[in-house]
Design a protein around this ligand. Sequence first.
Ligand code: SF4
Ligand code: SF4
Length: 471
Amino acid sequence: MSEQIPVQDVTPPRPKPAETVDLYASREKIYTRAFTGLFRNLRMAGGAFLFLLYFGTVWINWGGHQAVWWDLPERKFYIFGATFWPQDFVLLSALLIIAAFGLFFITVFAGRVWCGYTCPQSVWTWVFMWCEKVTEGDRNQRMKLDKTPMSGAKLMRKTAKHGLWLLIGLATGLTFVGYFYPIRDLIPQLLTFQADEWAVFWIGFFTLATYGNAGWLREQVCIYMCPYARFQSVMFDKDTLIVSYDPRRGEKRGPRKKGIDYKAQGLGDCIDCTMCVQVCPTGIDIRDGLQIECIGCAACIDACDTIMDKMNYPRGLISYTTEHNLSGQQTQLVRPRLIGYAMALVAMMSVLAYAIATRSLVELDVLKDRVLYRENEQGRIENVYTLKIMNKAQRDLTFVIQADGLEGLVYEGKQEVHASAGEVLSIPVELSVDPEKMPSSTNQVRFQIRSPDDESIHTDAESRFIGPSVR
Ligand code: SF4
Ligand code: SF4
């Protein structure tokens, strides 16, 4: 009888299946509560100013055409009486750099005030929220409406809301295209179905983009799409103003009756009413601390201050404060980084103002003919050029043309020309010289133009005069 060797199961235990982590989080609709207060009024003032600026500017006429007009086919940009050409794009780049520094400065100082008060995404979202309130009612009514099955009344309210959103979207898209295509021509052309198809496409695109962003996406744009939200956190320091809840004062939170000695019960000033959460456009609870979703709109400050007033507690449980303040240290508002940004800003703005103030209102380009030179009947060497003269002023001007650089140089061509405001002239001219007087085969010559209408308007440009080797 054979003996059996006892066996042992040495199979390694199977690893438990890894837990699946779902990276997708479905969006929970945020029903914001309407509120009043100081910061709401400031935001409304900022939003109204932005709206007026955006919708009003395209209708202002200045110097015979739209005050702000990006005339792309002509490559001219009109901004309140000044005409900019592609050659001036360096000024636009400087302006954008200054705007970026301005944003850095304001972020280091006061956190995300741009996001909360003036960012178009926020401003348009507040307006869309107002439409929602007008058509569907306040927060509780909207929540109730969404839970009820579809009915005639519900359909009417929803249609009114989406209709208003689309109307505002259309006005936004139309105005945006109006900055590139004169709006006074565009509207009649649209009404008579004669508008350019690209203009119609872009109006439709911006209408839907506004409707989608401010109506549907809202806080998702700030949380997931906006790059500024991501990189500004690195600009914050412990002295940056942030919207913050004071847990030392607020905790332990809890409901209570008005007028009781809540401190004796171990309670703080927060009555846990959740008003600060209900008014938040990004749906966060500021009592959980500083979060990337917070756009610094201060709606929670207004809401909490109202509650504090009702409870006869001091205001400021949620306030603009700093991390240093919250930890009981002194806040240093003026600090080296802020001074650095301010100095850089002032320096760049001064340089830009100087560059714009001293910008020449005439531009001259000299194009030399491809034929290097020719000899005329008198034995003189001739070179042919085309002068491109751009009148960048907002009025018609006369220009006088001269050339020098070589002894005995003779200029042939128009010596006086007239250019309308914004006109580009193409003037063919010839220069000739006695070959005996040419120091080398390649020589520098200079064209000068000046306006007898305004002595400050002049410029010059250099070119080459080519001939055979002599002497
Ligand atoms: S609004 Fe003020 S009192 Fe009400 S829950 Fe928020 S922090 Fe507390
Ligand atoms: S937490 Fe307050 S400041 Fe931040 S987004 Fe919400 S309401 Fe605005």
